[in-house]
Design a binder for this molecule. Structure first.
Ligand code: ZN
Length: 343
């Protein structure tokens, strides 16, 4: 079976909200990605997000799209507590799953997961609220296994400004990186932590492009030209991602895929292929990958969880992608880009 590396899921938050047992991933239906479902679907490894929640967050999701008010910033203490809790859950999970789930710290670990040894977790922070502006916590979390970080989620923090979820909307919503944000991005590159731009605003994106020596990554976004959603990447951003050697992990969230922005599960998998085709035609197939957003968004009915990945791959083939191109989209591009970011 063809393996898949997937750029984004919210399984850790889901397990935490459910109060799931530490070994939950061994059981089929506890989350959208579990060991049985991953085995069934060829899901080899993914970026598992640790996201600090905002209480009473109002996404204002309507049938016609999102119109989210600007989410309030959260205090450092709250971010540190939330991420500490999710990190602790991750390490207990690894302990109790006893080899069936593996923390991916380097390319050798990733290759072992691609060979089928275990379900691979790349530990990702979605928003750097848990990091102090001296960046001490970044070094500690790196030592613990952090290998990917989005400086900001869809709100402001000490480092950057995120885009609110809006459709239709433009990602140009405010100022770019702060001075601490520039230091954060540089330090991530020094340590070998991938920098993810999926929730950052336009000015922040371009600041990162100037500061970061390494691949630009939008781990779970779509194409703005096909769906005018604030979190989707514009054509000039796509060009910058490609020239940096980076990639876009296509988000399966139906509101990121559909041209009407609608929250409709009856969205065909051909929509995922359309976003892939757009990027491949504009920049080359080496810059297209997956970033499903399992457990964090509304998935198309045909891909409710990781076991259904072969259907997504079949949709790419049906859209005319060659077998070698499907390999790149499914896993080779993520492997290349993570290897580059982790050097
Ligand atoms: Zn996200």
């Amino acid at each position: 079976m063809r393996p898949v590396i997937d750029g984004h899921n919210d399984v850790l938050s889901h397990l935490e909200e459910e109060g799931a047992p530490d070994d939950a991933l061994l059981h089929e239906d506890t989350a959208t990605i579990t060991v049985p479902r991953a085995t069934q679907g060829g899901f080899a490894a993914g970026l598992f997000a640790a996201w600090p929640p905002t209480p009473h967050l109002d996404f204002n999701r309507t049938p016609g799209g999102y119109d989210m008010p600007y989410a309030p910033a959260i205090p450092w203490e709250d971010g540190a507590r939330s991420i500490g809790r999710l990190g602790a859950r991750l390490f207990r999970l690894l302990e109790t799953c006893d080899g069936a789930v593996k923390l991916v710290r380097d390319v050798a670990d990733l290759d072992a997961c691609l060979a089928g040894d275990a379900l691979g977790i790349v530990f990702h922070m979605e928003g750097a609220e848990a990091i102090d502006t001296d960046l001490d916590a970044l070094d500690v979390w790196y030592a613990a296994g952090l290998r990917s970080l989005g400086p900001v989620w869809s709100r402001a923090n000490a480092f950057a400004h995120g885009v609110p979820f809006r459709f239709p909307g433009d990602p140009d919503t405010g100022p770019g990186l702060t001075e601490a944000g520039k230091r954060l991005v540089k330090r991530c590159a020094e340590l070998g932590i991938a920098v993810d731009l999926s929730h950052i605003n336009a000015n922040g994106f371009w600041d990162v492009a100037r500061v970061l020596e390494g691949p630009l990554i939008a781990s779970h976004s779509g194409v703005h030209a096909l769906c005018e959603y604030t979190r989707n990447v514009t054509d000039d951003q796509l060009d910058a991602i490609a020239s940096s050697g980076g990639l876009v992990g296509i988000n399966f969230d139906v509101g990121s895929l559909r041209e009407d922005g609608g929250d409709d599960e009856d969205t065909p998998l051909s929509k995922i292929a359309e976003h892939a085709r757009y990027i491949a035609d504009r920049c080359g197939v080496d810059h297209v990958a997956f970033g499903s957003d399992f457990d964090g968004a509304t998935m198309p009915r045909d891909v409710p969880d990781a076991s259904a990945y072969p259907r997504v791959l079949a949709a790419l083939e049906a859209a005319g992608f060659e077998s070698d191109e499907v390999d790149r989209i499914a896993w080779r591009n993520w492997r290349r880009v993570l290897a580059e970011a982790w050097r």
